[in-house]
Design a protein around this ligand. Sequence first.
Ligand code: COA
Length: 344
Amino acid sequence: MSQVFNPSGTRAEILGCGIFLPGDPIPNSDLSKLMDTSDDWIRTRTGIEQRYWVQGKVSTSDLAFEASKRALENAKVEAKEIDLILLACLYPDHEIPGASLFLQRKLGLSGIPALDIRQQCSGFLYAMSIADSFIRMGMSKKVLVVASEVQSKGLDRTTKGRDTAVLFGDGAGAVVIGAKSVTDAKKDSFIYSHHLHADGNFAESLWIPSPGTNTEGHRITHEILDQGGADLKMNGKIVFQNAVTRMPEVLVEGLNANGLTIDDVDLFVFHQANIRINDYVADKLKIPSHKIHNTIHKFGNTTAATIPLGFGDAIQAGKLKKGDLVATAAFGAGFTWAASVLRW
Ligand code: COA
């Protein structure tokens, strides 16, 4: 599904961005104290050098709140101007209700709609497409789109869980999206298009089976927990093979829909699951390395939060500026994959 380029009427623009990472970075060498792994294995297989993990009673909405405050400040928008909150995350604060409700409460915005988006690594791009649509339909004027992940609390930090535990990190990124009347479609800052895909045939290739309703009895039992039913399960090779196919495919779909080429794009911000996946995408599409902003070495895979963390980190590094043409692509559990093209 694509929302394609049509500059007439009201469009949506990113007004500001904020990011938050909890505590101090945890180097690979610290993980080898917890499980049978090594800095060399993690670096060479994934590109990850460190990640952030929350300490103590810190929740998804806590990280989201910190990133949201920074995004509002960066956008010079007051919280009370926001009329819709979208929060993409893997693990909410609680099973019910969604983490967006806790974020809404922390922001003091009771009354406005708040929605959780559960599309894993593509969640932020799915959320942006919803924000874009609400603004273009005239249903919203200023939307807070947040992606926040506390994955560390769902990881098995023993040798049994090492194939996934070393990959994932915590963090949050947020953007404020506002209505924009486009006068110069070639120069104005606005979101051009989103391209969303999913294939439920691969649902079990990267998933957490429990708690769930696909059981004979209660949705969570001691037996299910003892058998590791609530742990993240991944077929890394299948994920890898599909990611290297789908990411370039959806990126090209996004560029073609807007009549753009690789050369037109100033910055590519990709999901960060494995540096080898991104290198493969870059090689396949002949994207020069200076046009790609990778963060996996610093943050690990932060699932939905990865793309906004990439935006924020690129801004801090001086690589993303107002007026830049940006292309993004993500791939993850579901499988879901997506791309967005926008002028920052
Ligand atoms: N430290 C040390 N050894 C590890 C390890 C770790 N953290 N995790 C796995 N291993 C071992 C395996 O047990 C295996 O040992 P064996 O050969 O004795 O059986 C060996 O390393 C190779 O494992 P393998 O799974 O073949 O490695 P790989 O080259 O496929 O890399 C991934 C594994 C997970 C890094 C890779 O498959 C990947 O990145 N997949 C995509 C994952 C992804 O993107 N997930 C998120 C989606 S958004």
